[in-house]
Design a protein around this ligand. Structure first.
Ligand SMILES: [Zn+2]
Length: 286
C-alpha cells in the first residue's frame, strides 16, 4: 500500500574518503557522487576491468555471514551495511559510490563517519517523488530463537532485543528507536561493531578478519571490554544491531513505514526477513 509521497533525495557534493576493510585489511578509497532520481544506491568497482556497476539490491545479496555482501563473481562489495544504514537514516535514495576495492572501509566500526560525511555533503532534494510503502498487516520471520516482525505503523521504528546467554557481559540488551536523522546521529551512528573474543578467535587464527583491531570493533574478552575508554553507551551493542538492521533492510530499495520488532537477529536473518517484507510490499504472496 502506498502510504504517502515525498521527494527523493541525493547528496549535493562529492565525498571522498579512505580506510581499511574489516575482513580484507585492504586500504580502499570511496567517492560518493550525487545521482539522479530512480538511480538507486549503486556501487562502481573502479579497480576492476570495465569498472562494472552493482546496485545495492536485496536480490543481489550473496553472503550475509558476519557482514552483508552484494554482487556476483568478481563484481561484489562486502560490508555494505554501515554506509547503507546512514543513507537510510538520511533518506538518501540515490547515490553512486565509486570504490577501488571489494570492501567498504570500516573506519571506527560505526556509521558515524558516514553520517558526518552526508551532513558535510548536504542532502539534496530531487523533484521526483519517493514511494513510501506501508503495511496493512504484520509480516514476520521466525526461525528457532530468532524473530523479526514488521507491524503496521505510521512511522519507521525499530525495537531490538539482543540476547547473548554465553556472555556474562552482554546478557540481554534492549533499545527502541524511531528512525530520524537527528536521533540516528546521536543515538545509533556512533555505536560500533562488536565481538566476543572467544567466538572470533578461530577466525582470527585463520586470518579471516585481516583488518580487525580495537580501533574498529568493541571486543569483549573474559567478560570485559578490552577497548581503552570502554563502551560509548551502556547498551552500545544493541544499538549497533539496530544500525546493521537498518542497513540490511534498506536493500529493499523502497522506503517503508513499519514498527520492526527484532529479537536476536543478525545479517542472515535480516536478509531473509527483508525478502519476505519486500514480497509483501510488492503485493505478492508471503
Ligand atoms: Zn555492523
Amino acid at each position: 500500500m502506498l502510504f504517502k509521497e515525498t521527494c527523493q533525495n541525493t547528496i549535493q557534493n562529492d565525498i571522498t574518503v579512505s580506510g581499511i576493510g574489516l575482513f580484507t585489511g585492504e586500504k580502499v578509497k570511496i567517492t560518493i557522487h550525487p545521482a539522479k532520481a530512480d538511480h538507486g544506491i549503486v556501487f562502481k568497482r573502479v579497480d576492476l576491468l570495465n569498472k562494472p556497476i552493482l546496485k545495492a539490491d536485496l536480490n543481489l545479496v550473496r553472503e550475509a555471514n558476519r557482514r552483508t555482501l552484494v554482487g556476483s563473481g568478481k563484481n561484489y562489495v562486502q560490508t555494505v551495511e554501515h554506509i547503507l544504514s546512514a543513507f537510510a537514516a538520511y533518506n538518501i535514495d540515490n547515490a553512486l559510490i565509486e570504490i577501488d576495492g571489494s570492501e567498504v572501509p570500516v573506519f571506527d566500526g560505526s556509521s558515524k563517519i558516514f553520517a558526518d560525511l552526508i551532513e558535510e555533503a548536504k542532502v539534496q532534494k530531487l523533484d521526483q517523488k519517493a514511494k513510501v510503502l506501508s503495511l496493512k498487516e504484520p509480516v514476520y520471520f521466525s526461525e528457532n530463537y530468532i524473530h523479526l516482525i514488521a507491524l503496521p505503523s505510521n512511522e519507521y521504528k525499530i525495537s531490538f532485543t539482543l540476547h547473548h546467554p554465553s556472555s556474562e557481559f552482554l546478557k540481554s540488551q534492549y533499545f527502541s528507536y524511531t528512525v530520524d536523522k537527528k536521533t540516528y546521529k546521536t543515538e545509533i551512528a556512533p555505536s560500533r561493531t562488536f565481538s566476543v573474543y572467544e567466538e572470533i578467535k578461530p577466525l582470527l587464527d585463520k586470518n579471516l578478519i585481516k583488518g580487525g583491531s580495537l580501533k574498529n570493533a568493541v571486543v569483549i574478552k573474559d567478560n570485559k571490554v578490552m577497548n581503552e575508554g570502554g563502551v560509548r553507551y551502556d547498551n552500545e551493542m544493541v544499538r549497533h544491531k539496530i544500525l546493521d538492521l537498518m542497513g540490511d533492510l534498506s536493500l529493499i530499495g523502497t522506503r517503508f513505514l513499519a514498527h520492526i520488532i527484532a529479537i536476536r537477529s543478525g545479517h542472515l536473518s535480516n536478509i531473509k526477513f527483508a525478502k519476505k517484507l519486500l514480497t509483501y510490499l510488492q503485493g505478492g504472496e508471503i
